[in-house]
Each structure stands twice: as structure tokens, then as C-alpha cells.
Ligand binder design. Structure first.
Ligand code: CP3
Length: 345
């Protein structure tokens, strides 16, 4: 149920608010000392994500410290690959590793009920966070978008140039369609359960939308995203969906027009005034302070926070970064950013 006092939710329903509501991608996690303390309680990162008590606490930490308008569920976009039976490991200092898949059937070895059972601690986390959050805080559930998750599944790791995944798509287009369809269908189940457990908003992270020509963008990014939104709506899941096609460049306009998402996340490189003119009037946007600008702090941070806030005045806008909070970001800079954003204007 929509609660009138959730400012972030109001923006997603089309209201332009001053100051804009704010949360930060990766607001939970390694820039917070209290996270490091909590993290030490689980052997590996997957165990941490699948522990409702630890994941609930991690979700709440940035809310307590900063009073963000949105809390993002503490989990990871790669949990779905783990639940589908692909071996996922988070290697300290190296990032995630996934056993590479070579055909769509590699994603079909686990029964639907077993996938849901594996992910069930995440839904328990959503219920616990929901119960613990202040009523004015919006709870954001999320998943990776199929193309981004497929890249990890095919390449086996992050930090690559994505050429293995792209060649897979060009050489075996039907097989790639099948990979994306399987991921999209499971993502619908996953997000629907998060919504039923109490998520107010759902976000799709398309972290690797960059560098695609328009035909591939249409087939691998737009079509699977549209399928997810359509299936959610067909099931009566009406929570707003924020789509974040990071690196899409000018194709963000097509993404906004064709996927059915309720709002678009803008990455750091999207020019604010261009976005304001190119996107449909009234479409909510989220973004897009450079994470390194936050890390650097100083007068340049203050000026850019005001610029972004002012550029989207009159349009429903959720203030955020253009990507995640870097690990070495000083807490004081986040506090200062919030202060400047919320100053009387
Ligand atoms: O505050 C939040 O945003 C909550 C939770 C969250 C995490 N990952 C926690 C996490 C969210 C929303 C994600 C999404 C995610 N995960 C994305 C999409 C967003 C983006 O950054 O583009 C991606 C691509 C991943 C995959 C992933 N998970 C990578 C590449 C890494 C390694 C990064 C690193 O620096 O090691 C992770 C691990 C991860 N996910 C951590 C956290 C807090 C760090 C692990 C740790 O604490 O040991």
C-alpha cells in the first residue's frame, strides 16, 4: 500500500519534490565502519547475503547513520546465478567469479521450487527490514537485469571487455535469447516475491548496458527488461520499477520509451540538461553525481550537488550517484552532500 509519507515513492508516482528524496547505490557496505564489523561475522559473502539477521542489519545501517529516504535490500545481483546452480564465489580483492555457462540449458538444472527455496532468506530479510524501517523510508528491492547477469554467467567474472558475451550473442542468437528468457522469467519470480514480502519499489541493475549497438541493445537489454515489467504487471505486482541502464548513452531514451519502466537511473556520464529535454516530461529520473566527486568532497562537491538538484527541478527526481559509493568515501562527505541537497532554496 502506498503510504503518503514516503517521499521517494511519491516521486515515483510522478510528483516533483524539493528537495528531492535521496539514497545512494551501494550505500550499505564497505565505506561504513559498522559494515566491516558486521561482515566479520560471516565466512563468505554469499553466507552473509543469505543470513536474514546480518543482511537486515546491513540494510538498516545507512538509514540509521544518514537518514536516507530509501533503503536498498542488502543482497547481490549474482544470487540468482547461485540459486540457478551456477557456482558463484566472491574472491577477496578480485571480485566475483562464476562458473562460465556455455548453453541455455546450463541454467535449467535446478527445479523452480529449489530456486525459490535457496532465495527464501532474501524474502525473510525483506520482511524483517520492512518491519524495522521508519514509515517514511521506502524499501527498494532489486535484481540484476538479464543481460548484465548473463555477462557474469558467460564471462565468469567482472572487469572484462564483455567480448565473450557479445560474440556468444552474435554467433548463437537463439541460444542467447534463451539464456536471457530463462533469466528474465526467474527474475520475475524473484522480484514478485520481494514485492510480496514488502518491497515498495523494485530496481533493475543493468550495469553493463554500455558499448552495445542499437540492434543488440534492443534485443539483449530492452526486450528482456520489457518482458520482466510486463510479467510483473500481469501478476498484479504494481510496485514502481526503476531501470538503470548504465552506460546506455543516448539509448537511454529508447530504454525509457520501450521497456515500460516507471523511472530511469542515469549514470554519471549522462548530461543532466540533455536528459531533461530528451526524456518524456514527467518521467521520474534518478541520479547522477559522480561517485568520485563525492569521494573528493570540497566546494566542487557542494556546487555539483546543487547543479544536479537544480537541473531536474520541476521533474520527479531522486537524487543518487551515477554508480555505487566507492569504498574509501569519507563519511563526512556523505553527510555534507545530504546537508547541501536538503538546504532551503
Ligand atoms: O547498498 C547496496 O547497494 C546494497 C547491496 C548491493 C550489493 N551489490 C552488495 C555488495 C547491491 C544493490 C549490489 C548490486 C551489484 N552487485 C551490482 C549492480 C550495481 C553495480 O555496481 O553496477 C553488480 C554489478 C554486482 C556484482 C558484484 N558484487 C561485484 C562486481 C562485487 C565485487 C565488488 C568488490 O568491490 O569486491 C560484488 C560484491 C559486493 N556486493 C559487495 C557488496 C557490499 C562487497 C563484498 C564484501 O563486502 O566483501
Amino acid at each position: 500500500m502506498v503510504q503518503a509519507d514516503k517521499r521517494l515513492l511519491k516521486v515515483l508516482e510522478g510528483e516533483a519534490l524539493t528537495p528531492p528524496p535521496v539514497w545512494l547505490m551501494r550505500q550499505a557496505g564497505r565505506h561504513l565502519p559498522e559494515y566491516h564489523e558486521l561482515r566479520a561475522q560471516a565466512r563468505d559473502f554469499l553466507d552473509f547475503c543469505y543470513s536474514p539477521s546480518l543482511a537486515t542489519e546491513a540494510t538498516l545501517q545507512p538509514i540509521r547513520r544518514y537518514g536516507m529516504d530509501g533503503a536498498i535490500l542488502f543482497a547481490d545481483i549474482l544470487l540468482i546465478l547461485d540459486a540457478l546452480g551456477r557456482k558463484v564465489a566472491f574472491v577477496e580483492g578480485e571480485g566475483p567469479r562464476v562458473a562460465p555457462l556455455s548453453r541455455a540449458s546450463d541454467l535449467q538444472g535446478v527445479a523452480k521450487s529449489a530456486v525459490e527455496a535457496r532465495l527464501s532468506p532474501v524474502f525473510e530479510t525483506v520482511r524483517r527490514v520492512r518491519a524495522a524501517l521508519p514509515p517514511e523510508t521506502t524499501l527498494i528491492g532489486f535484481a540484476g537485469s538479464p543481460w548484465t547477469v548473463a555477462i557474469y554467467g558467460i564471462e565468469g567474472r567482472g572487469g572484462t571487455d564483455k567480448s565473450t558475451a557479445r560474440m556468444f550473442g552474435y554467433e548463437q542468437p537463439e541460444e542467447m535469447d534463451a539464456v536471457l528468457r530463462i533469466l528474465a522469467d526467474h527474475t520475475v519470480d524473484y522480484l514478485a516475491e520481494q514485492a510480496k514480502a514488502g518491497a515498495d519499489v523494485l530496481m533493475l541493475f543493468e550495469s553493463w548496458a554500455e558499448g552495445l549497438p542499437e540492434d543488440a541493445f534492443e534485443r539483449w537489454v530492452v526486450a528482456p527488461t520489457r518482458s520482466i515489467v510486463e510479467q510483473l504487471r500481469a501478476r498484479g505486482i504494481n510496485q514502481p520499477v526503476i531501470g538503470f541502464p548504465r552506460g546506455a548513452g543516448a539509448l537511454v531514451v529508447r530504454y525509457a520509451a520501450e521497456t515500460g519502466v516507471s523511472a530511469v537511473g542515469l549514470d554519471t556520464a549522462v548530461p543532466t540538461r540533455w536528459a531533461n529535454e530528451a526524456l518524456p516530461p514527467g518521467l521520474p529520473v534518478q541520479g547522477n553525481l559522480d561517485p568520485l566527486r563525492l569521494m573528493a568532497g570540497g566546494p566542487g562537491l557542494d556546487a555539483r550537488v546543487r547543479e544536479i538538484r537544480d537541473a531536474f527541478r520541476g521533474r520527479p527526481h531522486i537524487f543518487n550517484l551515477g554508480h555505487g559509493v566507492p569504498q574509501t568515501t569519507p563519511i563526512d562527505h556523505v553527510v555534507r552532500m545530504l546537508q547541501v541537497l536538503r538546504e532551503a532554496t
